[in-house]
Design a binder for this molecule. Structure first.
Ligand SMILES: Cc1ncc(COP(=O)(O)O)c(C=O)c1O
Length: 387
C-alpha cells in the first residue's frame, strides 16, 4: 500500500474480482441455461462490498441481485445498478411506494400488508411482488393454501401490484439428510400448483440447493456463499473449483523483545516462556477480528505466527518466529507465499460458519478491489477524501 491509497491504517481486505468473476461464471455454467441466477449481495455482499460485487456478478452473467433490506436495494440503485433487485426481507407497507418508484421487487405474504401498502402508494406506482411461502424455515412467509389464494387474488386484482415471482427458502439444503428438504420442496410445488397465474420468477434454491439438487431450480436460483468461493456447508463439499475471493491483511506497527515471564495483553494472560519477539498488529475485535481468535495463526512471509494474549478492540499481538521489522505485512485470512488461511479455518476457530466470518468484517476495514495484482478500486467507509 502507498500514499495514493485513501486510508490511513495498515489493515485492509482484498477482494479478488477475477476470482469472483470466474466463480460466478462457473456456477452460471453449471446451472441449466434457462435458469436465472440472482447473486446474493446482502450484508455488503457478505462483507465483500455490495456495489463492486454486484457489478462484477452481473458482468459475469448473473441476471439480477438479491439483498435483505430495502435500504441495501436503494443504495445499489442510487449507485447505478439497473438490473432486477429483489429484497428478501419484509419491508414496511408504508415504504411500498419508494420500492415501486425505484423498481425494486419485494416479498409479500399478508393481505393486511397489501391493503396498507396499497393505501400508502401514490397513483401510478406499481410494485413488483414475489409471494413468499414458508415451507419450513419458520420465518417470514405464508404457510397455508388459503393464505396463498387470498394473497394472489389481492395482488392480481390491484393495479398497484405486479405479480412477478413466488419463492421459498430451504432450511436444510446443505445437509446430507434429505427428508426435510424434500418435504419443503413438495410443499412449495403444491403451492405453485394452486396459482391462477404463473409469475416470471419461481425460486427456492440457495447455493447448496442449486449445486446439489437440480430439482429445486424451477427457473431461478439465489446464489450467495458459493460466488465468494466458499462452501455452504462443511457436510457437503460440492462446490465446483471456485476460489476464495476475500483475503485480509495488516502490517506490524511495533516489535519488542519480551523477557521470560513478561506478559502480553488484558488480564496478563500470556506469559513469555523465554526471550520472545512480540509484534503488535493494528486490528482487533472492533474490526470483526474477534477475541475468540486468540491462539489462531497468522502468516508472516513464509511462516505462521500465533496470536498471543487477548485480542483487544483495535490491536492484536503475535509471537514472531524471529525478528521482523515494523511495516512487515501479515496475512490474517488468505494466501502468502505457499501458506494459506481459509475463511473456513477462521470459522472453525470461532465455532461458527464461514458466512459469519466475512459478514463480521465491518466498515472500519477498507476494501481493496483487485484485478490481477492491480488495485482497481478502494472502498473506505471512513473516507478522508475531504482532507
Ligand atoms: C432467502 C435467501 N435466499 C438466498 C440466500 C443465499 O444463500 P447462500 O448464501 O447459502 O447461497 C439467503 C442467504 O442467507 C437467503 O436468506
Amino acid at each position: 500500500m502507498n500514499e495514493e491509497i485513501p486510508f490511513f491504517r495498515d489493515t485492509w481486505t482484498e477482494i479478488d474480482l477475477d476470482a469472483l468473476y470466474d466463480n460466478v461464471k462457473m456456477i452460471r455454467n453449471a446451472l441449466p441455461r434457462n435458469t436465472h441466477m440472482l447473486a446474493a449481495v446482502k450484508a455488503n455482499a457478505y462483507g465483500h462490498g455490495a456495489l463492486q460485487v454486484g457489478l462484477e456478478a452481473l458482468r459475469a452473467g448473473a441476471h439480477g441481485l438479491v439483498v435483505a433490506l430495502l435500504d441495501e436495494a436503494l443504495w445499489l440503485r442510487k449507485h447505478g445498478i439497473e438490473a432486477p433487485i429483489l429484497v428478501l426481507g419484509a419491508i414496511r407497507p408504508s415504504d411500498a411506494g419508494v420500492a415501486a418508484r425505484y423498481n425494486i421487487s419485494v416479498p409479500v405474504f399478508q393481505t393486511d400488508w397489501l391493503e396498507e401498502a396499497s393505501r400508502s402508494m401514490k397513483d401510478g406506482d406499481v410494485l413488483k411482488v414475489h409471494i413468499k411461502c414458508d415451507t419450513g424455515m419458520g420465518r417470514i412467509g405464508l404457510r397455508r393454501a388459503d393464505e396463498l389464494k387470498e394473497v394472489e387474488k389481492m395482488v392480481s386484482a390491484s393495479d398497484k401490484f405486479l405479480f412477478e415471482g413466488i419463492f421459498t427458502h430451504f432450511a436444510t439444503a446443505d445437509q446430507q439428510e434429505e427428508c426435510y428438504y424434500q418435504q419443503q420442496l413438495q410443499k412449495f410445488k403444491r403451492f405453485i400448483d394452486l396459482l391462477e397465474t404463473v409469475p416470471t420468477y419461481i425460486h427456492a434454491a440457495n447455493s447448496a440447493a442449486a449445486l446439489c439438487h437440480h430439482d429445486s431450480l424451477f427457473n431461478t436460483a439465489r446464489i450467495g456463499i458459493a460466488i465468494y468461493g466458499l462452501s455452504p456447508s462443511e457436510e457437503r463439499q460440492f462446490i465446483p473449483k471456485t476460489r476464495q475471493v476475500l483475503s485480509w491483511h495488516t502490517k506490524i506497527v511495533h516489535v519488542k523483545k519480551l523477557q521470560a515471564g513478561e506478559c502480553v495483553g488484558y488480564g496478563a494472560c500470556y506469559k513469555a516462556r523465554e526471550e520472545e519477539w512480540i509484534a503488535t498488529l493494528p486490528v482487533g475485535y472492533a474490526d470483526g477480528w474477534l477475541r475468540k481468535l486468540e491462539g489462531q495463526r497468522v502468516i508472516i512471509e513464509d511462516e505462521f505466527a500465533p496470536i498471543v494474549g487477548r485480542i483487544c478492540m483495535d490491536q492484536t499481538m503475535i509471537r514472531l518466529p524471529r525478528y521482523f521489522p515494523v511495516g512487515t505485512e501479515v496475512t490474517l485470512i488468505g494466501g502468502r507465499q505457499d501458506l494459506f488461511i481459509s475463511v473456513d479455518d477462521i470459522a472453525k476457530k470461532l465455532d461458527t460458519i464461514n458466512y459469519e466470518v466475512t459478514c463480521s468484517i465491518n466498515f472500519r476495514v477498507p476494501r481493496v478491489f483487485k484485478r490481477g495484482k492491480q488495485a482497481v478500486e478502494i472502498e473506505n467507509k471512513l473516507s478522508t477524501r475531504f482532507l
